[in-house]
Ligand binder design. Structure first.
Ligand SMILES: *[C@@H]1O[C@H](CO)[C@@H](O)[C@H](O)[C@H]1NC(C)=O
Ligand SMILES: *[C@@H]1O[C@H](CO)[C@@H](O)[C@H](O)[C@H]1NC(C)=O
Ligand SMILES: *[C@@H]1O[C@H](CO)[C@@H](O)[C@H](O)[C@H]1NC(C)=O
Ligand SMILES: *[C@@H]1O[C@H](CO)[C@@H](O)[C@H](O)[C@H]1NC(C)=O
Length: 256
């Protein structure tokens, strides 16, 4: 009896210590730790990501606001390998997701569309594959969407035309197919607005012989327009079938 009482007494500080992070609701730290567990980190940059801390605000690459909620994730060019996790959707105040220039593979999780405070989503220079999620169209504060130099496939989601705040979008050097949207937010980037052209630079390149190495998405009977040579800005104003232009290069910048 006495010995078990003593044992419980000795254990209790540990129990309190273990439960503290849960009591204080470190859900954002838990989300980031789920990411850490899914990544290989040969440079040990995530070494100080300690799940027992009350919040992740002192962790490498993490910035919080005054309420200890994560607003930035700056892990560009630190040699991370592996896949993103759906728990990333549980960072409601995140504004900057900077994970560019790593070796991140797998899909872009649909739940990133829940991060409605995102201003910048930089996943360029990784090994991401699969589609660009439709849900990214929910990111109504997004100004920078740079997904270039991955292995993304499928169409450019029309939902992206709803992001009125977009200033810079770079989808170049992927395996995308289909039409480039020309309306909504994408209208800012087209030569049909000549007054904006001076502040825009746009590069659209492709293989020297378009039409070779064609991958088509449409089923039988679907119409395919003949793509012009991708050397001039003017072609961007027409919506044409990008599947004829593999690899697909689209880089659009406007300075506002
Ligand atoms: C990626 O990171 C490496 C090392 O951190 C750097 O040398 C390289 O220039 C970076 N590449 C790009 C495209 O940013
Ligand atoms: C997050 O996004 C997913 C899929 O995009 C959705 O099903 C889910 O309800 C969202 N969760 C929250 C908490 O908004
Ligand atoms: C790119 O993705 C396709 C599938 O969409 C896959 O077959 C191919 O191996 C991938 N390439 C690289 C370099 O990962
Ligand atoms: C752009 O056009 C597509 C149809 O081609 C439509 O689904 C989408 O809602 C339009 N976007 C805007 C912002 O009007």
């Amino acid at each position: 009896m006495i010995s078990s009482f003593v044992a419980l007494f000795l254990l209790s500080p540990f129990l309190v210590f273990q439960m503290l992070p849960m009591v204080s609701g470190n859900s954002e730290g838990d989300a980031l730790n789920a990411l850490k567990r899914n990544l290989k980190d040969p440079n040990s940059v995530l070494q100080n990501w300690n799940p027992l801390q009350a919040n992740p605000c002192m962790w490498f690459g993490v910035t919080c606001n005054s309420d200890n909620s994560v607003i930035r994730l700056d892990l560009g060019g630190v040699n991370l390998l592996g896949e993103l996790v759906p728990q990333l959707g549980q960072l409601p105040n995140l504004q900057y997701m900077e994970l560019h220039n790593n070796s991140i593979s797998g899909k872009i999780p649909d739940v990133l569309g829940n991060l409605t405070n995102l201003v910048s989503l930089d996943l360029y220079w990784n090994r991401l594959s699969g589609p660009i999620p439709d849900t990214l169209g929910n990111l109504r504060k997004l100004r920078f969407l740079r997904l270039n130099h991955n292995n993304l496939s499928g169409n450019i989601p029309m939902s992206l035309t709803n992001i009125a705040s977009l200033q810079s979008i770079d989808l170049s050097d992927n395996q995308l197919t289909g039409d480039i949207p020309v309306n909504g937010s994408f209208a800012l980037f087209t030569p049909s607005r000549p007054n904006l052209l001076k502040s825009c630079s746009l590069s659209l390149g492709g293989p020297s012989s378009p039409g070779s190495n064609v991958k088509s998405e449409g089923g039988p009977g679907s119409e395919k327009s003949q793509a012009p040579s991708p050397s001039s800005l003017a072609y961007f104003s027409a919506s044409y079938v990008l599947s004829l232009l593999l690899p697909f290069f689209l880089a659009v910048f406007s300075a506002f």
